[in-house]
Design a protein around this ligand. Structure first.
Ligand code: C2O
Ligand code: CU
Ligand code: CU
Length: 482
């Protein structure tokens, strides 16, 4: 496996082709340090396989998983992690690694206050595991990178759902393999519903639509090409630039960027407003009208779009600044709409006084033949505790990008959510609003201050760059909550 890790985990930079320490354009072309809008490396390119014209395939909504047991206070779910051949491009068979045989895994809908026990069975021929991204879960159920499920074995993860309603997702986190495994399809939604949120009467049921955005490159035979960092095909719920038929009424769209290494900058055509109601950790205090959303890898934003503003027959296109059209909404029918967007959603509590401040600097060691990802100058070591924190305490972490121009990063912390205080002394961006677990750390960002209150649980969790090629290359640290 280590051989596979080395070769595939680093994709195009494998083979010692890189010239030491020289920030040549060659290096920048081969290594996905940046993924900013407009970056020519991320523009649509001629694909090796036939990609249909935009808006010719429908966007599916991943099916919701039914609990196998629903008893007092506990829901039990079962999911197989399994290789499967899936249809992403029409008529093309693509081998994938999946949850439940679906390229976008089944959506697990949990209820706040009810524990979910999810039994995952690893039917893949290598070690893998599951991390509930954004979940406040015990360390033993967090999918620590070395805490893996052996092939053929099952593991039941405990998700207490003691946090408020939110759009979470689950994905593989096996050490060094997460980038390739997630790229090949080990990703799905996990939504937490809560009663207070339900009482707000935001759009629900079929009008509450999770949308996973990501990119992919295909080889001529239809296989997913992991070695290429130019990933020209943009997928929404696993289909290329699909259309989605909507009623002329309000929808809640739960947008997730599940791309390994890409930033989406999204706008909606026809002058449509996206009213943001939630971010990574759930509802914002109040709705925020947005004309443009920036989602770095792993970030989520929940928006309400009111399609009743458009005549029947309208087509409203969601576009990305880099890759162009992503998804077209076709307004095809009328429907009753009793949903609302209340002026107040969920208040944010005051931030407790911090008892410590720390710096986390994200960078590559570019002096090696293959770049090594580092936090504060160290590559990931599962057996080293980089930061020890007290449970229940509040700290301020100052996140910095220590790399030269061209190398962007993201910062993600497990176990809890944090709040962005400021970015290099300036106000946070609208994309930083609310409870966050992942933020964009673009080149040049030196001091993004976040305030984090650690949970009352103890144990080891990781924090890392969520450009998964970077975390797989070592840009990850261990924090122990004591
Ligand atoms: Cu999606 Cu360690 O995270
Ligand atoms: Cu996570
Ligand atoms: Cu990074």
């Amino acid at each position: 496996m280590s051989n596979r890790r080395t070769v595939l985990g680093l994709g195009a930079v494998a083979g010692g082709m890189l010239v030491t320490a020289k920030l040549s354009t060659e290096l920048l072309e081969r290594w996905p340090g940046g993924a900013r809008p407009g970056d020519p490396r991320f523009r649509p390119a001629a694909a090796a396989v036939d990609v249909p014209p935009p808006f010719t395939v429908p966007m599916p909504v991943p099916k919701e998983l039914r609990p196998v047991i629903a008893s007092a206070g506990v829901d039990v779910f079962r999911v197989d992690m399994t290789p499967a051949t899936v249809e992403i491009l029409p008529g093309v068979r693509t081998p994938a690694l999946t949850f439940g045989g679906q390229f976008v895994g089944p959506t697990i809908r949990a209820r706040a206050g009810r524990t979910a026990l999810v039994q995952f069975t690893n039917r893949i021929d290598m070690e893998a595991n599951v991390h509930l991204h954004g979940g406040h879960v015990p360390a033993s159920s967090d999918g620590f990178p070395t805490d893996v499920i052996a092939p053929g074995r099952s593991r039941t993860y405990t998700y207490p759902n003691t946090q408020p309603g939110a759009t979470l997702w689950y994905h593989d986190h096996a050490h060094g393999m997460e980038a390739e495994d997630v790229y090949r399809g080990l990703h799905g939604f996990y939504l937490i519903d809560d009663d207070a949120e339900r009482g707000l009467q935001l759009p629900q049921g079929e009008y509450d639509v999770p949308i996973m955005l990501r990119d992919a490159a295909f080889a001529a035979d239809g296989t997913l090409d992991f070695a290429s960092f130019a990933r020209p095909v943009v997928l929404a719920n696993g289909r290329p630039q699909p259309y989605f038929k909507v009623a002329a009424r309000k929808y809640r769209l739960r947008l997730l960027n599940a791309a390994n290494t890409r930033v989406f900058t999204l706008t909606l055509g026809e002058g449509a407003t996206m009213t943001q109601v939630g971010s990574d950790g759930g509802l914002l205090p109040a709705p925020v009208p947005r004309t443009e959303l920036t989602l770095a890898s792993a970030e989520r934003q929940d928006v309400i779009v009111d399609f009743s503003k458009f005549p029947l027959g309208s087509q409203v296109v969601l576009r990305d600044a880099t890759s162009g059209p992503v998804l077209r909404f076709d307004v095809v029918r009328r429907a009753a709409d009793a949903s609302r967007v209340p002026a107040a959603l969920r208040p944010l509590p005051p931030i407790p006084a911090a008892t410590a401040e720390r710096d986390v600097t994200m960078s590559f060691d570019l002096s090696r033949p293959m770049p090594v990802g580092m936090l504060n100058g160290h590559a990931f070591d599962a057996n080293r505790v980089d930061i020890a924190v007290r449970r229940g305490s509040t700290e301020i972490w100052r996140i910095g990008n220590g790399d030269p121009p061209g190398f962007d990063h993201t910062f993600h912390m497990h176990a809890t959510h944090f709040r962005v205080l400021d970015r290099d002394g300036k106000a946070p961006t609208p994309d930083d609003a609310g409870w966050k677990d992942t933020i964009y750390v673009p080149a040049g960002a030196r001091n993004i201050r976040v305030a984090v209150t650690f949970p009352q649980t103890t144990g080891k969790y990781v924090y890392h760059c969520h450009f998964l090629e970077h975390s797989a290359a070592g840009m990850m640290g261990v924090m122990e909550i004591q």
